[in-house]
Structures are given as structure tokens and as C-alpha cells.
Design a protein around this ligand. Structure first.
Ligand code: B12
Length: 165
């Protein structure tokens, strides 16, 4: 007869002290109109939400007009543009120009990161052009997305009445 097995539950650890909730900001998350990658968006959404922010994720291949219309409707505290297919430079220029051309979206903080080009060559020029088009921050290829958390922490909330974008 086989010996009786007793199931021992995992020893319960004392609950870790809950981290201080970050002051919630409303983030509009987008990618370029040519960019079909989605896991970058899922990752960024989870990272931001787990740190207390609300995220409206527009998904892949976002036309510039959809981005502008959504930004007008929801007035986010920050627009995060994520590029992976290497055309972030070109897509990002169009998106920034479209947002900056409208009075109602012209002042919304806007950052871009991920993979902005298809080669390291020309990175400095790409950054300069993206800044000139209206991005407030341009994160070079390989920058960890955690930088968004410190940026969000210093941004004023534009809308305190709604919890989500
Ligand atoms: C899965 C994948 C696909 C899938 C996507 C499926 C899906 N539903 O997402 C499919 C098969 C559809 C695909 C298609 C293509 N792909 Co693809 N794909 C990949 C792959 C293998 C993984 C990407 C991924 O999901 N990573 C996981 C996420 C979580 O990580 P991430 O994308 O790196 O994002 C991180 C950072 O970039 C950063 N980050 C992202 N955004 C931001 C924003 C800010 C502000 C900051 C600070 C940081 C940040 O943080 C994220 C989390 O750490 C990569 C190669 C690789 N191993 O990375 C190629 C890769 C991205 N693909 C590539 C290419 C070229 C393509 C195609 C053009 C291929 C083709 N000729 O058709 C097409 C794109 C079509 C299009 N219109 O966009 C190239 C891009 C080259 C470049 N940028 O220089 C890569 C790098 C492969 C390669 N080595 O050549 N792809």
C-alpha cells in the first residue's frame, strides 16, 4: 500500500507592504499607421496599468486621424507612441504633425520609443526631426519603457473627473 500523502499548502508569507499607488494619469497608447506589432502595446499597457495609470490602447496600424480624433475626445495626460517595425520615424513624424496642427491636441505631452529606424545609422537625425515635429521626448532604440513611469509622475493631470481615458 502506498504511503498516505499529506498535501502541505505553501507556507503563507506575510502580505508584502502594498506599494504606494502612483497618482493616476490617463495615457493614450498608440503605434504608427504602418505598424502591425501588438505585443509591445500589450506590454506597455500592462506596465502602465500595474503602476496605477489608465490606458486607452488604440491597437495596431493607427491612422493619424483616428489618433487625433481620440485625443480630442479623451484629452489624455500623455500620448505614448510605440514603434516596432522600424518605421517609427516616418509614422511618428506624421502623427506628431497631425496632433500639433490641432489647437485642442497641440499641447498634449507626446513621447515616442521602441524601434524608430531600421538601422542605428541616422539615429541622431531621426531624433532631431521627431523633436522638431512636436515630440516632447524621443527614446532611442532599446530604451526600457520604465522611463515612462518617472515622466508620468511629474506630469500634471489634465482631467481629474474621469478615472479612465
Ligand atoms: C512577433 C513579431 C512579429 C509579428 C507580430 C505579431 C503581433 N501580433 O504583434 C508579425 C509576424 C506580424 C510581424 C510582422 C512584421 N515584422 Co516583426 N517581429 C516580431 C518579433 C519576433 C517580436 C516582437 C515582439 O512582439 N516583441 C515583444 C514586445 C513586448 O517587445 P518589443 O516589441 O521589443 O517592445 C519593447 C521595446 O521596443 C520597448 N518599447 C516599445 N515601444 C516603446 C515606447 C516607448 C516610449 C519606450 C520608452 C519603449 C518602448 O518596450 C517594449 C517592452 O520591453 C520581432 C523580433 C524580436 N525578437 O524582437 C520582429 C521584428 C520587430 N519584426 C520586424 C519586421 C521587419 C517585421 C515586418 C516588416 C516583416 C515583413 N517584412 O513583413 C512585419 C511588420 C509588418 C508591419 N506592417 O508592421 C523587425 C523590425 C526591424 C527593425 N525595427 O529594425 C524585427 C525586429 C525582426 C528583425 N530582427 O528583423 N512581426
Amino acid at each position: 500500500m502506498s504511503p498516505t500523502r499529506t498535501l502541505t499548502p505553501y507556507p503563507l508569507r506575510p502580505a508584502a507592504a502594498a506599494p504606494e499607488p502612483a497618482e493616476s494619469r490617463r495615457v493614450l497608447l498608440t503605434t504608427g499607421s504602418s505598424d502591425a506589432h501588438t505585443w509591445n502595446l500589450v506590454y506597455l499597457q500592462l506596465l502602465l496599468e500595474e503602476n496605477g495609470h489608465s490606458v486607452l490602447n488604440l491597437g495596431p496600424c493607427v491612422p493619424e486621424q483616428l489618433l487625433v480624433d481620440t485625443a480630442q475626445l479623451t484629452r489624455p495626460d500623455l500620448v505614448v507612441f510605440s514603434s516596432v517595425n522600424g518605421h517609427g520615424h516616418l509614422d511618428g513624424l506624421r502623427a506628431a504633425r497631425a496632433l500639433r496642427a490641432e489647437r485642442s491636441t497641440g499641447d498634449i505631452p507626446l513621447v515616442i520609443g521602441g524601434l524608430l529606424g531600421i538601422s542605428p545609422e541616422g539615429a541622431e537625425q531621426r531624433t532631431a526631426e521627431l523633436l522638431a515635429a512636436g515630440f516632447d521626448q524621443v527614446h532611442s532604440d532599446g530604451t526600457k519603457p520604465d522611463v515612462l513611469l518617472s515622466y508620468l509622475a511629474q506630469l500634471p493631470a489634465t482631467c481629474t473627473e474621469r478615472a479612465a481615458a
